[in-house]
Design a protein around this ligand. Structure first.
Ligand code: NAD
Length: 305
């Protein structure tokens, strides 16, 4: 299988590394010059749970010239439209495309380029972090849930599970992946945006009753809008999940904090709280808390960037 990873930041490098180690043919596609040059000249360096360095091809999307059997999308959400445009030339009528980005609205974007029977959607709780160009920190364990968008794609979806599991990526074929995708969006839309705005870690947010109140209001909007899209999220269960996660990873600064506060980069807010606002409008549902979070994050982006 000729595999391309489109978007080779932290997560693209994790998947690229593990799949290459399991003897798959993987090429990374990226736009970040310094990162490309570092990997081309010194290989991809891995740190964290283990130290390693591998040779792996990396290039700009427009330089790719082999037809793809599988493309794994791992851009940030706002980079997805331009990435899809730039990889159109390596897709043929059988090319399968897997999306593991956080957030909502990606299927609509991918469908502009890829027939639905070739698309797989999923969610992953693996993590990764770029330390410097060409160097990625991998620690902890994770997993992947995925499903083909159309039933006809199921056979390939299950083959892909085997490929991922041979690479120790701990994947599972999900007969209904959307609740898992929404759950993660809900976690991100409560903890990530709040920690970024407050410049706080998770336990600091939960050191105040106002943190609990805010999380509860946000969750109730996610649950309401999910229900309109026929996705069942249970508000109490979501709330308990977020609160219990805060006890386990309290010291953690979520990725939106890393992006905005630490690295002064744009956030994926429009695909998380912002997506809820947009979907809610279709159903005349009010989502004032998500709307406010989206405005405040964009305001902070404008102030800092
Ligand atoms: P990332 O920001 O590390 O990389 C995304 C893109 O941005 C890549 O093309 C990368 O080269 C580029 N980039 C990164 N740092 C840059 C810099 N300093 N200057 C210029 N370009 C830079 O994104 P990611 O963490 O790999 O996330 C990809 C998707 O996966 C997102 O939707 C994210 O929400 C999701 N996700 C991330 C994690 C995680 O732990 N990182 C976990 C689960 C899901």
């Amino acid at each position: 299988l000729n595999i391309y990873i489109a978007g080779a930041g932290s997560m693209g490098c994790r998947f690229g590394y593990q799949l290459t180690k399991a003897n798959n043919t993987v090429t990374l596609l990226d736009e970040w010059e310094e990162h490309i040059t570092a990997i081309q000249s010194k290989g991809l360096s891995i740190t964290g749970d283990q130290e390693d360095n591998i040779d792996i091809p990396i290039m700009k999307p427009e330089e790719a010239d082999q037809s793809a059997d599988l493309i794994i999308l791992f851009t940030k959400a706002m980079q997805l439209p331009s990435m899809l445009q730039n990889i159109e030339h390596i897709m043929n009528e059988d090319t399968k495309v897997l999306c593991l980005l956080n957030g909502l609205g990606h299927l609509e974007e991918i469908q502009k380029y890829v027939p639905r029977e070739n698309i797989l959607m999923g969610v992953t709780i693996w993590t990764a972090q770029i330390e410097s160009p060409g160097k990625v920190k991998l620690s902890g364990q994770g997993g992947i849930n995925l499903q083909s968008v159309e039933k006809t794609g199921e056979t390939f979806g299950k083959d892909l599970i085997n490929i991922f599991n041979e690479a120790n990526l701990n994947a599972e074929y999900d007969q209904d992946v959307w609740p898992s995708i929404w759950r993660k969006v809900c976690v991100n839309g409560t903890m990530n945006s709040t920690c970024a705005l407050m410049d706080a870690n998770i336990s600091e947010v939960f050191s105040s009753s106002h943190g609990y109140n805010l999380v509860e209001k946000l969750i109730s909007e996610f649950v309401q809008v999910a229900a309109k899209e026929n996705v069942h999220l249970d508000a109490d269960e979501m709330y308990d999940y977020v609160v219990s996660a805060s006890k386990k990873v309290g010291e953690h600064y979520p990725s939106m904090h890393q992006d905005l506060i630490q690295n002064k980069r744009l956030t994926e807010i429009d695909y998380i709280n912002g997506a809820i606002v947009k979907i809610a409008q279709k159903y005349d549902v009010e989502t004032p808390y998500c709307e406010m979070m989206t405005e405040l994050i964009h305001l902070k982006e404008d102030i800092l960037l």
